[in-house]
Design a protein around this ligand. Structure first.
Ligand code: UDP
Length: 411
């Protein structure tokens, strides 16, 4: 287990005027009440993917409010992360089997973490996703309250794999899912539905002047005088990168100067990423208007620039727990075309803030429509920003989690 020393600076007072006064007051009140509660978030990685994205901002925000919040990541070898990737895929519905040997690797790594964590040091644990979920049965609850926070789309889960987890999910005091549809069959402890959120003031989401965005984009050789569609996602089968390229190819028949950008952070707990990247590269072939941009370090400014400047942002996922990238783009006033799955419809109002699509053909059709109708695209983007302001900003997420802590600790 590693203690993550996040360097982000977050000052709650700066959110005044961005969020409603009532939310601002509520969060301050809750923080006062919970200032003596020691909270530890545990997840798999400090870099890459939505969970680390949230914790990098949520932990400093909580600390700025005077709360005692820590963040630990688990350590494991690549064979452990190979297994947890399979578990992740199974929980999202892949009918694969996890062998006895693989379960042993999973359990052994969870047991290893217990040497470096003392449950007496904390009053509440938030355990994110399946990777560290078994720690609870290795270490025992020790008087702390334990919350399992599931970020993935488990609406059509592989029940055999889910059953393995249910054996110790029952030990938790509460679980948090992003949507009601995701709750595992057979769960009976306290369940909360809390969607994730984005930090509106981070480097990734702050207002970026068009000139600044243009300069960053041109640095990658992308032509800012021609239309750009972008997907910002890990190379993951559920993000459908091949489908993204197919939709671009179809749309390009109508808009010959169209360019496609696919930006990906390569996370350490994501061994599949490199393999899929190679497959996508091969599929793209020699098309010079497709830019596959990979990063191994934070690329907040680059993400901001492309989400701000692109004509359209895609999130063509076939499974998606939530999809922070959607709120990120809408917050910048850019319309989003997203797969009609998982947490995407909670963020995109079809035809109002973007489009929900069910096929490559539909995706291509909507790309063409939004590139050719800039005013309508702008209007959609503006509406999207207000939807995000109301529902998907970080202080709301922290408020919801503080209410869970308040309920469990009965402060
Ligand atoms: N992201 C990033 N750089 C990239 C690709 C993705 O910073 O090159 C971020 C993205 O902006 C978002 C997060 O990684 O904040 C991905 O979260 P999401 O919920 O969309 O998907 P997940 O990866 O958790 O499935």
């Amino acid at each position: 287990m590693n203690n993550v020393l996040t360097k982000s600076k977050v000052h709650i007072d700066e959110y005044k005027g961005v969020i409603s006064d009532s939310l601002f007051d509520e969060i301050n009140e809750l923080a006062k009440k919970l200032k003596d509660i020691r909270v530890c978030h545990v997840n798999a990685t400090s870099y890459g993917g939505g969970v680390s994205e949230i914790l990098h901002k949520e932990i400093p925000m909580a600390r700025d409010l005077g709360l005692h919040f820590d963040w630990q990541t688990i350590s494991g070898h690549s064979d452990f992360f190979d297994v947890t990737k399979k578990i992740h895929n199974a929980l999202q519905g892949d009918p694969l089997e996890i062998s006895k040997k693989e379960w042993e690797i999973y359990a052994a790594c969870n047991l290893d973490q217990t040497e470096r964590i003392n449950p007496d040091d904390y009053d509440v644990f938030f355990i994110h996703d399946p990777q560290p979920a078994e720690i609870i049965s290795c270490i025992g609850k020790n008087g702390a309250k334990w919350v399992w926070r599931c970020h993935i789309d488990t609406s059509h889960t592989n029940q055999k794999v889910a059953d393995y987890f249910l054996r110790f999910l029952h030990m938790y005091d509460a679980s948090i899912f992003t949507m009601k549809d995701y709750i595992f069959k057979g769960m009976d402890e306290d369940i909360f539905i809390i969607p994730p959120a984005i930090d509106p003031l981070s480097e990734k989401n702050r207002v970026m002047e068009i000139g600044e965005a243009k300069k960053i984009i041109e640095g990658f050789g992308v032509d800012t005088s021609r239309p750009i569609v972008t997907q910002v996602s890990r190379f993951d089968p559920w993000k459908d990168p091949i489908g993204v390229v197919e939709a671009y190819k179809l749309a390009k028949k109508e808009i010959p100067d169209l360019q496609l950008v696919y930006m990906a952070g390569m996370a350490s707990d994501d061994p599949e990423g490199h393999k899929i990247y190679e497959e996508v590269k091969k599929y793209v072939g020699s098309d010079k208007d497709v830019f596959l941009l990979t990063f191994t370090a934070p690329n907040e400014l680059e993400v901001n620039a492309f989400q701000t400047y692109s004509n359209v942002i895609l999130q063509k996922s076939t499974k998606e727990g939530f999809g922070l990238t959607i709120s990120e783009a809408l917050w910048k006033g850019t319309p989003v075309i997203g797969g009609n799955v998982g947490g995407i419809p909670t963020q995109i109002e079809d035809g109002k803030t973007g489009f929900l699509i069910n096929s490559v053909e539909e995706c291509a059709e909507k790309i063409v429509y939004l590139v050719q109708n800039k005013e309508i695209a702008n209007e959609m983007g503006k509406r999207g920003r207000e939807v995000v302001r109301k529902n998907f900003l970080l202080p709301r997420l922290l408020r919801d989690e503080l209410k869970v802590i308040e309920k469990l600790t009965k402060v």
